[in-house]
Design a protein around this ligand. Structure first.
Ligand code: ZN
Length: 233
């Protein structure tokens, strides 16, 4: 069976719809979400409603917990803060209660799903280099761990970055971001995990960036949040 793993939608319903359309077209029905469904983008309620209506098992991201008030935004950047505050102002009770219900991790058979890092997932550390990943491997008991949070797709093995996973050794796979990629590729990013072949592949899909930008500007959110979608950084 092949599963699709998505993360960091960030209120970008245009990107989420394109990704779900691509997943549906491949006949894949098993989907997981690694959190940050909201924050930055202008369609948080729509994104939560889509994830809920598709019964996609999800975990909590730092923006999700910031919007519910469970996490302080003192360390957030000005644009991130603005995104959280705006999202709070329009979040429906259904959105807030769904975000509150999200766990910090999901442990499946041989697979750990977290938002940020396998060690203390509720601390939301950033795994931006192999050096950071190396420390996380010390705490990783599963052979495979999927993460998001940095918005940069990458596969870490125990010796360094890798092109693919394998049945020997342990791997931490960053699935990239659906709604705000930061690796210089503006297309929405997610992962396919073929559980039988034990293979992970990053996927990219185009979406209506202009529409997502227009909504951000119409909402009065910072210009920067619209601009970065076009450059993918
Ligand atoms: Zn994020």
């Amino acid at each position: 069976m092949t599963s699709a793993i998505i993360s960091d939608i960030h209120g970008n319903v245009e990107a989420l719809q394109s990704v779900l359309t691509a997943i549906d077209a491949m006949g894949i029905t098993d989907i997981r979400c690694l959190g940050d469904i909201v924050g930055y983008g202008a369609s948080p309620n729509e994104c939560v409603a889509l994830v809920r209506s598709r019964n996609i098992p999800s975990i909590a991201g730092n923006h999700d917990k910031a919007v519910t008030g469970e996490l302080s935004i003192d360390d957030f950047s000005p644009a991130a803060k603005a995104g959280v505050e705006w999202t709070r102002s329009i979040a429906t009770p259904e959105t807030l209660s769904f975000l509150r219900s999200l766990p910090y991790s999901i442990q499946e058979d041989g697979v750990l799903l977290v938002h940020s890092s396998p060690d203390r997932p509720e601390d939301f550390r950033y795994l931006l280099s192999f050096q950071h990943a190396e420390e996380s491997f010390e705490q990783l008991s599963s052979p495979l761990c999927f993460i998001g949070h940095t918005h940069r797709p990458v596969i870490y093995g125990e010796e360094g970055t890798e092109k693919e996973i394998g049945r020997n050794g342990r791997f931490i796979v960053n699935v990239g971001s659906v709604g705000q990629p930061r690796d210089g590729d503006r297309r929405a990013c997610f992962v396919l995990f073929d559980r039988d072949a034990y293979r992970v592949t990053h996927q990219r899909v185009e979406y209506d960036i202009a529409a997502a930008q227009r909504k951000i500007l119409d909402a009065g959110l910072p210009q920067k949040l619209a601009d970065r979608l076009m450059i993918g950084l």
